[in-house]
Write a new protein. Sequence first.
Length: 45
Amino acid sequence: MNWSLIASGVIGLILAWATWESYLFAAMFAGVVGAISLIAGFFKN
């Protein structure tokens, strides 16, 4: 597990959720990046 990747993934998902109403495309981008970071953090040593 890579905790910095997991943390940045969680932050990205929170940002995506928080900005969903105002900035749809930015939120979608942050959500995708956050999800990828989160998944990568679990599989990377």
